[in-house]
Each structure stands twice: as C-alpha cells, then as structure tokens.
Design a protein around this ligand. Structure first.
Ligand SMILES: [Fe+2]
Length: 301
C-alpha cells in the first residue's frame, strides 16, 4: 500500500518524530503509526536508523540490519529522536542551536499517547493561563493568575511563530528551583505539530532551559507526545528531571482529552477570545495560511 490516508500535503511533507533514539531497542523492528499509516523502524548502536511502511513479513521484534532494507522512508536523527516523512520533506528540520551546547542535559522526558489532535496539544502548550489551575503550586499558584501582556509575531523569514516577553510567577519552575520566582518564557512554534519553549534557568540567569514537544500525529485525533528536555542541571538524576516533566504532562493529559471538539477549529469566530489568546490566535492563523487541514476544522471559505 503506498496511498496514504492523510490527504494534507503540507502535513505529509513534514518531518514527524517516531521515537526517542535512546529508547529504541537496537537491531530489531519496532512498530508505530504515523498519519494512520503503520510504519516500522529500527536503529543500530551507531545511532543510524531505517524507517519503512510496515511489512507483514517483518513484524515487531524481528532482528534486522539497518541499511540493508530497500524501499525505506526518509530518515533524520535530530534532537535525540528518529524522524521520518510520508511525503517530500525539506532538507533541514527547524534549528534548536542550544541542543549543541555540551553542558546541557538532553533527555526524552516521556512519550505519551493522548487522545487529542496535535494542534489542540500545541495550543495548550502555548497557554500560560492554565498554569495556576492545572499545575497548581508548580507552574503557577493563586492569586498569581494574570497572563501579563506579551508579544507574538509570525516570523516570515523563519516561518515560525514567536511569543516573547512572557512572564509568569512560578512556585516551582523546575527540579533545580529553590522556590517561587517570576519566570521568563519564549515560545517558538517552528512546525505545525512541534513547539519549543525557552524558560529562565534557575542555575544560570544568563541562559535558558529548553523544553520541546514533538507531536507524532497517529491520526487526526490521537497523538504520541514526545517531550524533549535540554536543560542546565548538574545535580538532579535523570529520573528526577524526567519525573518532574511527567508530573506536569500527567496534569495536562486529562485536560487535553476533554477538549471538544478534539480537532482545532481555525475559524476565528469558533471559540471565545478568552480561550483563544494572542499566541493561540496567531497559531490558528498560521495554520490557516499554510493550508493545514489535518487535525483541524478548517475555517469556512
Ligand atoms: Fe500544562
């Protein structure tokens, strides 16, 4: 079968994440689903990977040598993940220059299946307003509920959304935090289904921690959310850093799964302005401009 079920060429032509490379069992077939298509992948101990449309005679667990299969899909190893595409992907994935900095901890905090569309999950990631209510006493606390004025632009050069000057009072911004602090945020949305967040580092005020969500669209209303951490923290164990992010995402998951409709409406009149704040409005407009139809309810034309 070569005909894909997703008809959205913009989405088909993107790179999509499948798995954290460090978690792929080497030398054997693993299975997943991308855009309703069963796909398989394998990696070796050198960090090379193959991805292909799943084959009946190569089920999960079968030993396989990377580089020996024909008819494979495009592959990119980036930010610790295996990425592929069902279309014609660009040469490069969006840049995250901080990933090259040697003193950062780079981890997949978790890969979590969520019953929601990718755009709904991106929009939730951009929303600071829910911090005091959903991440109470960690990323926010009453009475500090106000989302202060911030700037949003759609960068034409870089083809991404950038939200800057975001500030929020956080009781416990990360595992390295000593207590409550006003935390600076920058959000980037450089890919319709990926977002990169920069926030003040509690250990070095001149630098920023990087937290990214790379969403794998399983279908229009199911995702696997891969959470990448690229943080400054010399002291905490991996599992402690991961658990912090897993706790946060565990609080978001039921909220995401209760979203209705599960696809993101792009019509500016579809939802009230309170829910769709400035960055969300820019994100919806950007998806409309790109002509994205997968995982959204397109605006009537
Ligand atoms: Fe959240």
């Amino acid at each position: 079968m070569t005909q894909t079920r997703c008809k959205d060429q913009v989405i088909l032509d993107l790179w999509h994440p499948l798995a954290a490379l460090a978690e792929v069992p080497p030398g054997v077939v693993s299975d997943t689903v991308l855009l309703e298509e069963p796909v398989s992948y394998a990696a070796n101990r050198d960090g090379k990977a193959d991805v292909w449309r799943s084959l009946r005679d190569l089920p999960a667990g079968t030993p396989v040598e990377v580089g020996t299969l024909g008819n494979t899909l495009p592959v990119k190893i980036a930010y610790g993940y295996v990425w592929t595409s069902l279309g014609n992907p660009p040469a490069d994935l969006f840049p995250i220059p901080e990933f090259e900095e040697a003193d950062r901890r780079k981890l997949n905090a978790a890969t979590v299946g969520v019953h929601v569309s990718a755009p709904r999950a991106i929009e939730n990631f951009l929303d600071m307003g829910h911090f005091p209510y959903v991440h109470t006493d960690i990323l926010g606390a009453e009475p500090h509920t106000e989302v202060k004025e911030y700037d949003v632009e759609i960068s034409v050069d870089r083809d991404e959304i950038l939200a800057t000057r975001c500030r929020f009072f956080q009781p416990m911004a990360s595992t390295a935090s000593q207590g409550g602090a006003d935390v600076d945020y920058i959000y980037r949305v450089p890919h319709p289904y990926c977002s990169v967040l920069y926030k003040s580092s509690p250990v070095d005020e001149s630098r920023l921690d990087v937290i990214a969500v790379f969403l794998q669209p399983v279908d229009q209303e199911h995702i696997r959310a891969h959470m990448m951490l690229c943080v400054l923290d010399d002291s905490s164990e991996d599992k402690v850093i991961k658990r912090f992010q897993q706790t946060i995402f565990g609080q978001d998951k039921p909220i995401l799964e209760n979203q209705f409709p599960k696809r993101l409406p792009l019509d500016p009149r579809a939802e009230t302005p309170i829910r769709a704040d400035k960055s969300a409005i820019a994100y919806r407009r950007w998806l409309s401009q790109k002509g994205v139809t997968y995982g959204v309810i397109p605006a009537a034309t």
